[in-house]
Design a protein around this ligand. Structure first.
Ligand SMILES: Nc1ncnc2c1ncn2[C@@H]1O[C@H](COP(=O)(O)OP(=O)(O)OP(=O)(O)O)[C@@H](O)[C@H]1O
Length: 251
């Protein structure tokens, strides 16, 4: 049994008067892949972003309840830059910086004080290898990241997230802008990464949730309807609403 890496405890989130998340509680285990699924607007991204405090700058956003990372309150006990180093994020649209492949990966480590070229070289190679894209990019390290294909850019963004050695990787619909082959590569990579990382992924693709995740959480209109083993949820859902959603009756 893996230990609990992230414990979400009775979280309510408000955007001004709008109550977007309703008393969400769930424990996310280390070295597992957890999928958040549910129809558009149900709060999946809101919950994911709250884990590394991406809503801090959203005006009128108020959160009650707790997010505990290894038992530490991410809103009280951890400084936000440290939190972002420990909890990395990959977005829906690949968003490489307008700089070279090398500098994209070295950016995070540099801001955390790594200066020696030999150290940066090693980190860049390791991160690109971990993201299964070293062979494709090793001869293009000095070239602009904007010249890569969408799928390569997304794996570069994963490498960039890995370069600061996070513990948790949050992925917000990381393959929705990609073709099936690039999607397959990211899924394969995600499965490989769970050996070293705890991964939470928002996906609209239920087949993807089934293929890669250990646990699945189903959200509807700000409520967590059902959460458990992916296999159980897709074969014998406990809730009628889950069954209706996964069998395509709505959403
Ligand atoms: N910055 C914001 N200000 C106000 N309301 C917001 C904000 N961000 C999201 N919301 C609202 O909160 C609700 C949940 O949005 P969220 O983006 O978390 O849903 P989602 O399940 O991730 O949807 P999708 O699958 O379409 O990305 C929606 O009703 C949305 O309109």
């Amino acid at each position: 049994m893996n230990e609990v890496k992230l414990s979400i405890q009775d979280v309510n989130l408000y955007y001004g008067d709008f109550h977007a998340l309703h008393g969400i509680s769930m424990d996310i285990k280390a070295n597992e892949i957890t999928s958040f699924i549910g129809p558009s607007g149900c709060g999946k991204s809101t919950l994911l972003k709250s884990i590394n405090r991406m809503n801090d700058l959203v005006e009128g956003c108020k959160i009650t309840g707790k997010f505990l990372l290894d038992g530490q309150d991410v809103y009280k006990d951890i400084e936000v830059n440290t939190l972002r180093k420990r909890v990395g994020m990959v977005f829906q649209k690949p968003n490489p910086f307008p700089m070279s492949v090398y500098d994209n990966i070295a950016y995070g480590p540099r801001t955390h004080g790594v200066k020696r070229k030999a150290d940066l070289d090693r980190i860049v190679e390791e991160a690109l290898r971990d993201a299964a894209i070293w062979d494709e990019l090793k001869d293009r390290l000095g070239k602009s990241a904007l010249g890569l294909s969408g799928g390569q850019q997304q794996r570069l963004c994963i490498a960039r997230a890995l370069a600061v050695k996070p513990e948790v990787l949050l992925m917000d619909e990381p393959t929705s802008a990609l073709d099936p082959i690039s999607t397959g590569k990211i899924e394969e990579l995600t499965l490989k990464l769970k050996k070293d990382y705890t991964i939470v992924i928002v996906t609209h693709n239920m087949q993807q949730a089934m293929r890669i995740s250990d646990k699945t959480a189903f959200f509807l209109l700000g409520d967590l309807i059902e959460y458990g083993s992916t296999e159980m949820m897709f074969s014998t859902p406990k809730e009628k609403k889950t069954e209706d959603y996964i069998t395509g009756r709505f959403g």
